[in-house]
Design a protein around this ligand. Sequence first.
Ligand SMILES: [Zn+2]
Ligand SMILES: [Zn+2]
Length: 324
Amino acid sequence: MLLDQPRQPLREASVPDPEPGAGQVLLRVAACGVCRTDLHVADGELSEPKLPLVLGHEIVGRVVASGPGAARFRAGDRVGVPWLGWTCGTCGYCRSGRENLCERARFTGYQLDGGYAELAVADQRFCFATPQGYDDAEAAPLLCAGLIGYRALVAAGDAERLGIYGFGAAAHIIAQVARHQGRRVFAFTRPGDGAAQRFALELGAEWAGPSDQPPPEPLDAALLFAPVGALVPAALRAVVKGGVVVCAGIHMSEIPAFSYDLLWGERTVRSVANLTRKDGEEFLRLAPAVPVRTAVEPLPLSAANQALERLRRGQLRGAAVLVP
Ligand SMILES: [Zn+2]
Ligand SMILES: [Zn+2]
């Protein structure tokens, strides 16, 4: 499925098979998760895509062939391909363990063709071995929703009372990890979204309610997965002194002006950008130990446009996964 231009539906197309270059593997895509970032690319809110583009950065595939010098995986191995597709390895960020901020980073399904396809190529250094105990579709959301969510959770420090705003793919995974770590989870959804609130309670949240209401008690930290700027002052209002508000999305609507009182008391607002390979390795070890169960809705590749539209409308439980 190809994105020719932002704000146009994806188009089903036959293209030449990609060939693995030096250090790359060629994968037969078994499943590719649909992430909110794909919507931001398709809608033109992320403005630098390669065009035409194959979206998708939660790829689970099996190695078909390896390019020159690519010996890490063997034919038939199942691997996962995340959003971080390439980094320079030499800039200050790369050399200080912050490759997620690399000045020249290239991202899967954005500057590199992704997984809404039957075949994909990927730099072997940025692929992960996928954990046992998950079928292909179940493993896909671990690769972005899971590991970006995990990076956001780490950024919240040792907060015990954790607010999660936006109960979609990332939240449903991270709520399980947070409970496993002994934290208390408070879930905020779109007002009126009783289904998402029930889903949050099933996954161990002790309270679930609309994001326009305060939680029943103050929070120690809040994770924002919904791309809604107005939630930043709302979350600041909900956290205690010293609390942190972590914005986990790559794009957010404008944050309304707010009184300094909300930030006072050493509250922090921060973002989480992309992932490092270390995040991925840590999270993919942790997920089966929890064990995280992913709720997925497998859909045929040709249904990519419908999957994006349902994500936009908040009509998915967990994550949509395209299965070629
Ligand atoms: Zn770099
Ligand atoms: Zn993503």
